[in-house]
Every structure is written in C-alpha cells, then in structure tokens.
Design a protein around this ligand. Sequence first.
Ligand SMILES: Nc1ncnc2c1ncn2[C@@H]1O[C@H](COP(=O)(O)OP(=O)(O)O)[C@@H](O)[C@H]1O
Ligand SMILES: CC(=O)OP(=O)(O)O
Ligand SMILES: [Mg+2]
Length: 396
Amino acid sequence: MKVLVANLGSTSFKYRLFDMESEEQLARGGIDRIGEGADSTCVAEIGSNRIEASQRIADHAAAVQMCLDQLTDPESGCLKSVDEVSAIGFKAVFAGKLSGIHLVNDDLLKAMESLADVAPAHNPPYVKAMRQLQASFPEIPLVAALETAFHDTIPEPLRMYAAPYHWAEEYEVRRWGFHGASHRFIGTKMETLLGSNDAKVISCHLGGSSSVCAMRGGKSQSTSMGMTPQSGLPQNNRVGDFDPFALRLVKRLTGKSYDELLDELSSEGGLLGISGISNDLRDIEKAAEGGDKRAQLAIDIYCADIKRYIGQYLAILNGADAVVFTGGIGENSDVVRKQVCSNMTFAGIELDEQKNQTAREEGIISTEQSAVQVWIVPTNEEIVVARQTAQVVKGE
Ligand SMILES: Nc1ncnc2c1ncn2[C@@H]1O[C@H](COP(=O)(O)OP(=O)(O)O)[C@@H](O)[C@H]1O
Ligand SMILES: CC(=O)OP(=O)(O)O
Ligand SMILES: [Mg+2]
C-alpha cells in the first residue's frame, strides 16, 4: 500500500510517499517560502533522483500540483499514475471537536471552513488543497490527521483557560495544542534514544510555527500553543501569546475593527512584526549579524519565550531527561539553540558549543556532565500521519 502525505506548513509544503508494508520512504520533497512573492527552493528526492529548482510558487495548491507532477514525471518520477496511491494523508490542523483521524468528507471540510477565521494561516490552504484533490482524484481516499488529538492527555488544569467556565463547555474554548504529529514522533523516538518508556522530554518544535511540549512516557502533559496556532511562542508572522485587552485600546485609538486588528496580529506580528524584515529566521539572523537592532530583538524575544516555556515544563515535569530541538529552526539554527540553553546550568542544562555549531543531523549537543541531555532530532511528521492514514484505509 502506497500512502502520500501532504504537510502544508505555514511557510512551506512538504510531502513524503511511503510503501506502508515496509515503511520504506519512496520519495520526499519540500518547497519553502510559499506565498512570500519570492522564489521558493523546491527540492525532491525520488528514489535515487535528486531534483532541485528555484521558482515562484503562488500557494499551497500550486505546491500540491508540483508534487504530483514530480511523482508522475515519466523520467524522474516513481509513479506511472497518481492512482497507484492508496490514500493521501494530510497533517491537518484544526477542526474543533472533530479531532484525531478522519476521512475527508463534507462534514470535515465544513468544520475546517467554519474555523478558517480562527486558524487563518492553516485551514484555508488545507481546505483548498483537499477540495482540489477530491475533484481531481475522486477514487483516492483522503484522510485528515488532526493534530490536536495528541494533546488529549494534558490534565484539565493545564488545558483550561480561566475564562468563564461555560466557554469551555459551550464554545470549546480551551488550550487545544498543535504540532501533535511532530511531538508524537519526538516522544516515540526519544523512548528509543534514551532507552526508557517513562522519559521526561521537552520537545521544542521550532519552525514557521513553533511550539514547546512537555511529555512523560511519550504523552503530552502541556504545550505552548493554546486555542489557536496564533498563540504560545511568537510565530513567523503571527503574534503568539498576547493580552486581548490591548485590542480594545488599539481599536479605540485607530478606529479599526476587531477583525482588522486580529488580521494584523496574524499576518504582521511574530518574527516579521518585531524585525520588520522577514518572517524567515534565515533573513533575520543575517540582518542581526549585520547589526540590525530590530532583527536582534526578534531573536531575543523568541529565544526568551522558548526559555520561559522550558522553565515552566521543568517545573511541571519535576525536571527532564532531555530537551529536544526540531523543526526548520530547531534543526538548523545554532544561534537559537545556544541562546535558549544559555544560563540554564541551575537546571542541569549545559550545551557543548562545538557540537551545537557543527551538528547537522540527529545527535546530542550537550556536554557529558549536563544532567539534562540536549538533542537535535529531525522530525518526521509525515510517517506519523502515514501510519494513521493506513489505519483508516485498512478500517482499523
Ligand atoms: N538554515 C536555517 N537557519 C535558520 N532558520 C532556518 C533555516 N532553515 C529554515 N529555517 C527556518 O525554518 C522555517 C521553516 O520551518 P518548517 O518547520 O519547515 O516550517 P513550517 O512551519 O512551514 O512547517 C523557515 O521559515 C525559517 O524561519
Ligand atoms: C500548527 C502547525 O502545524 O503549523 P506549521 O505547519 O506552520 O508548523
Ligand atoms: Mg510545520
């Protein structure tokens, strides 16, 4: 059984094709900087073929089409036709109480559409891509793996807001949490790497969107994203945690509506809003190296917030066995990892600067005497979604 997984990130598109009998990865590809109006780097590995291109990709729907073209290319592809794929799984984000794994049908699409204003960077591209694929390939089952389900194990006191009690019951206003596929992958992987099925792990998934998750025995105990993917840490261009009453003041001073202000916070906030340069950390790091103060401030605010969550989670878990960095930023930015882990010796966290700078793949980047191990672990959200998709197709 071949399963294709589509991961429509806030800044990127990634896909992987698996043979599910062996879990062999047959192909993978990625496109970054989607919709920024700049050229995207499009990289794919299909069998032994490596394809690299630089071109303008307007949106995620165009990215999905490019993936299908790459896979079915007569020369470098690995499929004669898309019909060889038994199912397409989506690392889908938010459908409220329709959490977990679902076949994509009208009910699911409507639930995601009804929450488009709550998850504006995520739900609209998913719905568009799902509808496009439904129309083009009506015989191929589409499966949505909604990541909020991973956080069902968070205890009630860490899941609820101190809002009026009936908001949780009537409107489902609670800390849902996201990035479930990535945190689940890291939790399972760390059980193997640490040789324990009861490990205390703090997973820092840092990318276009970022979240930190405290896990015990691979189960989520708390996470930084709350009701929506705009919350928690500062995101690429979305605000992160924020006091809602500031809106009343800015509304009064500007005459703008709440909707306009929320749109600003979810498209002109986060790393872009603070730096005024880019929503991509690569550009921000370059500007900060060149002495740009706001770029440096964006990095400082981001790292201070990650540190704050790690501190919270050390308290919640009563210490930790490992802190893990993953995601586009977590795996690639030694600058962020160094700044986050500085001045943490009180908690037994000590980074090995040399290892941090040179590490490119999975490995430990803390010193031998560091009581808490610090790891880089490249995430594989797609294998988690592929397994869930195969379960649905097999009717398990
Ligand atoms: N070499 C790098 N150095 C610093 N940051 C990087 C590097 N490569 C990627 N990034 C950051 O990672 C982000 C993409 O992360 P990723 O987890 O793939 O994103 P998404 O949220 O779209 O799934 C980019 O927007 C950029 O900020
Ligand atoms: C919430 C989420 O999955 O975000 P992203 O795809 O941007 O990492
Ligand atoms: Mg992502």
